[in-house]
Design a protein around this ligand. Sequence first.
Ligand SMILES: Cc1cc2nc3c(=O)[nH]c(=O)nc-3n(C[C@H](O)[C@H](O)[C@H](O)COP(=O)(O)OP(=O)(O)OC[C@H]3O[C@@H](n4cnc5c(N)ncnc54)[C@H](O)[C@@H]3O)c2cc1C
Length: 432
Amino acid sequence: MTYDVIVLGAGLAGLSCARDLMLGGADVLVVEARDRVGGRVDQATLPDGRLVQLGGEVVGRGHTAYLGLVSELGLSLVPSYVAEPGEIVYSTASSVSAGRPGWFTPADVASDEKVTAAFVALAKTVDPDDPWSHPDADRLDRLPVSAWLREAGATEGVVRLWEIGQLGLAGGSYDRISLLSELRKSAAVPSAGHYEYDDWEGLRVAEGSATVALRLAASVQVRAGAPVAAVRIAPSGCTVTLASGEELTTSAVVSALPVGPLRGVHVDGVSSARLSSLHRQRNALAAKLAVAYPRPFWRDLGRNGLSECEGVLGSTWPQSEGVLSALIPPERYAVLLGIPPRLRISELLAEVTRMYGPAEPIAAYLRFWGTDPWTQGYVTQWAPGDVMAVGPPHGTHEPPFYVCGSDQWVAGYMEGAVRTGRTAAREALRRG
Ligand SMILES: Cc1cc2nc3c(=O)[nH]c(=O)nc-3n(C[C@H](O)[C@H](O)[C@H](O)COP(=O)(O)OP(=O)(O)OC[C@H]3O[C@@H](n4cnc5c(N)ncnc54)[C@H](O)[C@@H]3O)c2cc1C
């Protein structure tokens, strides 16, 4: 049997692409390596019925493609951790403080306001769809964010606070992130400030973010447990070879694979410029801890469960009633792997206790997304020089080879997956 389109990967990108192709009248098959759909969104159910999100979780008001899909699927959005009462905690080597850390002086506050305004103004000069055309693109791309902060006159307190926030997001140290990529990300979801939580993280799907993938998968044909080893692209017909050796034939191929696993797939019939652009992209390696407690005990101390930390954990936030999420950023991933396996969760929980006091968890889940063979990452990471090196092929297609996935948007995220997935479907349908 020959399909109109074979989509590689059943994450949010592949599934939203396949659904639109199917609704457009195409005969589509999604091939997926794992024995489950969803990719970087996954959830567990507690004995009391609560869902625990183990991957992607929150979205913002600016994530219009994702919000539109959620409403089409009949799912509902509710405020995320931003609605939780209480104070944020900063946990550094020397102190745990509710609200801004004691070392952040009034001079730092003034400096923060000044550099934030400069950052927002500079972001307005970058076209998120074409950052390469910026007159100063090369220099901005080679400049790490922390170097720009110092150039812009930020105090060391501000540089440290931005770094703590960035490691909280687990995107990789600002010493190693391209300023152009950060400006592009900011320009894609315009905001009054730098990474405003409401615009990027203020909402979540009440039924569970992994339910979005399950709903999508219910309407499309998915072959799970079928890793792809090779694809051959030709206008006269394409072949997808599974790791089992089985060959599938199709008129077009959509790759919805993360950039790490994509490097392991042999691709023939696509220009070397496109392949080297795709293979140049990288991901930040992160792990996620999700801990379920009987109740939101952090409220007892007047804290909202949100923290930015300088431990092995980079951040915590309440994902739902009594369930706490935490990220381990790339810089501390190796430290986590170095902890003897049976001590890992207890050492991370000790960091939680330091911030919120003792509490007995019902369940704890630790997922090593950075070294998971089918993800090899977390979100896209743009090191200095990477935006220019990946270049304008980023997120574009070479029919009958189409590309989507959160890595093909400015900065990852579930928004990137849905946005690029639906765009790839539109493009493939337009070309028949
Ligand atoms: C811990 C964590 C927390 C996150 N938090 C958030 C958040 O709060 N908000 C947000 O917006 N985003 C978040 N993200 C990012 C977001 O989840 C992802 O960007 C998005 O889900 C990626 O979707 P995708 O379809 O592009 O890729 P994926 O979900 O990675 O899907 C790719 C699919 O391809 C499959 N695959 C890989 N190799 C092969 C192969 N050779 N053959 C066949 N199939 C293959 C994989 O198994 C996978 O199912 C988070 C991610 C992680 C890991």
